[in-house]
Design a protein around this ligand. Structure first.
Ligand code: PLP
Length: 371
């Protein structure tokens, strides 16, 4: 039986293969390998798509988080509040600049950062809060930003939410957001890539300078910076995929609706807990994450994988229980919602090219495994 992958990058490539080849030829003819016209055009197009004034392409999403934190003034020794339920890079980028990740729990239903917990974790040493828009759903940034004291900035981790909105608002608008174009993201490059999004010209200029050896004019170095730039070849891929992102996100939404229907009986029986979408939330379904309370989740995923279904876990270990962040001193039980999620969630295959037949097979397999 055919495999059903978690994401299908080959199907996406097949749609754009010709465009990629002619685009690569353009870059090769100009030998514009770092920066250049393709990058500038992508930055303009992505800013327009994302509803922000500025997009600064960088080398990857982890750099984007770190550079956005630096741009708003986070320094070594400062505290940065972020959710325990996230991909490790949110905490890694914070730690890399010498700031201290202050972890908070997530909400029980959306698995997104708990805004009340984030507010309660703020101290005089806090410089930023990083809401992570996990799985394609935006965390409630506007309310959080309004409630924070003036010495604390919001830096959104929008790596999983390209195209998502909440009450019409996009990541980075009125503030600053970091995103990743890792190949498996909704908008993915053919290698590493990322971007910082903001309406603030000064923040954008700071990120651009930091990412280019602290320089805006060749060989004039205003600040000590880094090398974190976007490549011309990656910009070609990103432009081709961006032109389809609206349609691809809609295909993900359609697939999610189909899962909700196909899984309704299992949900009614309490065997799976389905993801919900609230008023004003335009979800882009980077991942379709369900919970299987009362089941042996690892065994469920193992059996699905054995049946050729690329179920995954995002993520099996909350930040505080990784060896990398054990020094923060939070034992098991510190963040009960994040820990329950880590034990019970699994991600079903979901991508723009998933067919209704494939979804039926996924759901039949899951029903069989859950018994
Ligand atoms: C992918 C991801 C990142 C990091 O992006 P890279 O491009 O892999 O460095 C950061 N945060 C979240 C939530 C992610 O999913």
């Amino acid at each position: 039986m055919d495999q059903i992958p978690l994401v299908d990058l080959a199907a996406a490539h097949a749609e754009i293969a010709d465009e990629i080849r002619t685009g690569f030829d353009r870059v090769l003819a100009r030998t514009a390998f770092v920066g250049g016209e393709e990058v500038a055009a992508f930055e303009r197009e992505y800013a327009a798509f994302g509803g922000v004034a500025h997009c600064v392409g960088v080398a990857n999403g982890t750099d984007a988080v770190e550079l956005a934190l630096r741009a708003v003034g986070v320094q070594a020794g400062d505290e940065v509040v972020l959710p325990a339920n996230t991909f490790i890079a949110t905490a890694g980028a914070t730690a890399r600049l010498g700031a201290r990740p202050v972890l908070v729990d997530c909400l029980p239903d959306s698995y997104l950062i708990d805004p009340d917990a984030a507010l309660a974790a703020v101290t005089a040493a806090t410089r930023a809060v990083v809401p992570v828009h996990l799985y394609g759903l935006l965390a409630p940034v506007a309310g959080l930003a309004a409630a924070l004291p003036s010495h604390v900035r919001v830096v959104e981790d929008a790596a999983q939410s390209q195209g998502a909105t909440r009450d019409g608002r996009t990541p980075g608008s009125g503030g600053i957001a970091a995103t990743s174009f890792y190949p498996g993201k909704n908008l993915g490059a053919y290698g590493d890539a990322g971007a910082v999004l903001t309406d603030d010209a000064e923040l954008a200029a700071t990120v651009r300078s930091l990412a280019n050896h602290g320089s805006t004019v060749k060989y004039r170095h205003d600040i000590a910076g880094f090398n974190s730039r976007l490549d011309g070849l990656q910009a070609v891929v990103l432009r081709a995929k961006l032109a389809r992102l609206g349609a691809w996100n809609q295909a993900r939404r359609d697939a999610a609706v189909r899962y909700q229907e196909l899984l309704a009986d299992l949900a009614a029986a309490g065997r799976v807990v389905l993801p919900g979408v609230g008023e004003g939330e335009a979800h882009v379904w980077h991942l379709y994450v369900v919970r299987v309370p009362g089941a042996d989740r690892d065994a469920v995923v193992g059996k699905l994988n054995a049946a050729g279904i690329g179920a995954g876990i995002h993520y099996p270990t909350p930040v505080h229980l990784t060896d990398a962040f054990a020094h923060l001193g939070h034992g098991r039980g510190s963040f009960p919602q994040a820990e329950r999620a880590a034990e019970e969630i699994l991600s079903l295959p979901l991508h723009p090219h998933l067919t209704a037949d494939q979804q039926q097979r996924v759901v039949d397999a899951l029903a069989g495994v859950l018994g």
